[in-house]
Design a protein. Structure first.
Length: 517
């Protein structure tokens, strides 16, 4: 009897142990079933883009979307979901109504969208248009144009070169491109696969590059305003008919572009420019009604957690993230609704499949990424220490990894290792079960210009996913066509499921991921 009861107890303990600690194939099979067969990722991105887009930082729309995200995460039973404020003086700005037309020498509806944080027009305005190509030498511009700009609309910059659209608008990375990236031996090669600042560090990038970008037109715009000009039309080489109102950074308190400023399509710009070349001055009629406000309570990062199950390891955290804000001319479906929906779905998959990861898994949906990562930077300064000081808080040591997604809606093809070679064999093994999806390509290369940069700067292993470009750089990025039509379902499902499997495995490891020296 005694022996039998011992066997019984031993068997019971064994079964009990197995039932809480899944083998890796068991866990991945649960993740795959949830992610591939019961996916909700397209429902999430449809809400995010069609109902809760656009999500320009600082706006009421952004905050309403943030509340939806928090509620949605809570509905899956995550252990914590909360907001953290990131900016006290970041302004909200909304378009209420606008229209831009050429009314002479003939009628032409102009494909346009106002740049963010630009002033209203005071009703409908009409005036002749003139062309000013370059304002780098402001003294020269002043000499030429002083006293001649009253009531004028300014066509600003050079016309994009003709584009016959022979190249495909949408592409996936070719095997050659992927192989070349895999063979990289330095983080900043001369021809990187993704968007890279090379070896420029974050502080320098923010203080020098971003600051000059932010203020580059200020003096010129102030001159135009003082001279009584009516509005400005600019463009970017996004064909066909695409409008790209990207890159105005007057988001801090009351720092608004002083006159109405529109992005117009390259083809409309081309025609207006050619008319002026022929000595014909087009007459432009427009109106722009916008609203500018300061509501610091709108400026929140959205944070949620699944608490770890291991008493010792649960204080350590595996973080995933994506920026939640967008530009304003479309739904922000791929930049970065797609990344946000994928990371939310990762949380759902892990929670709903009943897995109990040892470490805590935390999602952060950032605000203000488009304004030089202001949301993730505020988070890091609060939790890890001031950017420019060398002392770091203890919390830095508790973050095992940060995985970011922000390169559109294209399928995951692998991971930028951001110079962290020690992680290569670990990720190789973790992604091996998904090699049939071609998602397991690793490159030592850096990629930059999004929130993982901040974590990398704090020496937390921070990574960005390699994604097929699709039409991100040719059609979508910060344009009026960043919409749900260009979000492929299969790519989204693969991304969420594979990242869930990766994050789960990082949370289960005996030790944290290795740090860069
Ligand atoms: Zn983005």
């Amino acid at each position: 009897m005694k022996t039998i009861s011992k066997i019984f107890i031993a068997a019971f303990l064994f079964v009990g142990f197995v039932s809480i600690s899944q083998t890796k194939p068991q866990a991945l099979s649960k993740i795959n079933t949830e992610g591939f067969q019961k996916s909700q990722v397209m429902s999430l991105i449809t809400d995010l883009s069609d109902v809760y887009g656009p999500r320009l930082a600082g706006t009421n729309q952004y905050y309403t979307a943030a509340e939806w995200a928090k509620k949605t995460l809570e509905s899956w039973g995550v252990d914590k979901a909360y907001f953290e404020k990131y900016c006290d003086d970041c302004m909200g700005w909304e378009v209420k109504s606008f229209n831009v037309e050429m009314i002479a020498p003939a009628y032409m509806k102009i494909q346009a969208y106002p740049y963010a944080w630009t002033e209203s027009s005071n009703g409908v305005q009409t005036g002749d248009m003139i062309w000013i190509e370059n304002h780098d030498d402001l003294d020269k511009v002043k000499k030429q144009w002083s006293g001649k700009l009253q009531g004028k609309t300014i066509l600003m910059g050079s016309a994009p070169e003709q584009n016959m659209l022979f190249d495909p608008l949408s592409t996936r990375y070719t095997q050659d491109q992927i192989e070349e990236a895999k063979k990289s031996i330095v983080p900043a090669p001369s021809k990187p696969l993704g968007w890279s600042t090379g070896n420029v560090d974050l502080v320098e990038d923010l203080e020098v590059n971003f600051q000059s970008l932010k203020t580059k037109d200020d003096a010129f715009f102030a001159f135009l305003k003082a001279e009584g000009a009516l509005s400005i039309l600019g463009t970017s080489p996004f064909f066909p008919g695409i409008v790209h109102p990207s890159g105005t950074y007057n988001y801090r308190e009351r720092d608004v572009k002083p006159i109405p400023y529109f992005a117009i399509s390259p083809e409309n710009f081309g025609k207006l420019k050619r008319l002026t070349d022929r000595g014909i001055s087009p007459k432009i009629k427009f109106n722009l009604e916008t609203e500018l406000y300061l509501k610091p309570e709108n400026n929140v990062n959205i944070i949620a957690e699944i608490t770890g199950s291991d008493p010792k390891l649960k204080d350590e955290v595996v973080m995933i993230g994506a920026h939640f804000d967008s530009w304003h001319a479309a739904s922000g479906a791929t930049d970065n609704g797609a990344g946000s929906a994928v990371m939310m779905e990762v949380m759902r998959i892990i929670k709903v499949s009943g897995l109990k990861p040892k470490r805590t898994i935390r999602i952060a949906l950032w605000g203000g990424e488009e304004q030089a990562v202001v949301g993730s930077l505020a988070y890091a300064e609060k939790h890890y220490g001031k950017l420019k000081e060398t002392t770091r808080k203890k919390e830095v040591e508790l973050i095992s990894a940060y995985i970011n997604m922000d390169n559109g809606a294209g399928q995951m093809r692998g991971i930028y290792l951001q110079g962290n070679e020690a992680v290569r064999p670990i990720f190789q093994e973790m992604l091996e079960p998904y090699s049939y999806l071609d998602v397991n390509n690793l490159t030592v290369q850096n990629t930059n210009y999004t929130d993982h940069d901040v974590f990398d700067y704090y020496k937390i292993p921070g990574f960005q996913i390699i994604q097929d470009p699709l039409n991100y750089n040719t059609v979508m990025h910060h344009t009026n066509l960043d919409v749900l039509e260009y979000v492929p379902e299969r790519d989204m499902m693969v991304n969420a499921t594979v990242i869930a499997a990766l994050v789960y495995q990082i949370a289960e490891r005996d030790s944290r991921l290795p740090r860069e020296e």
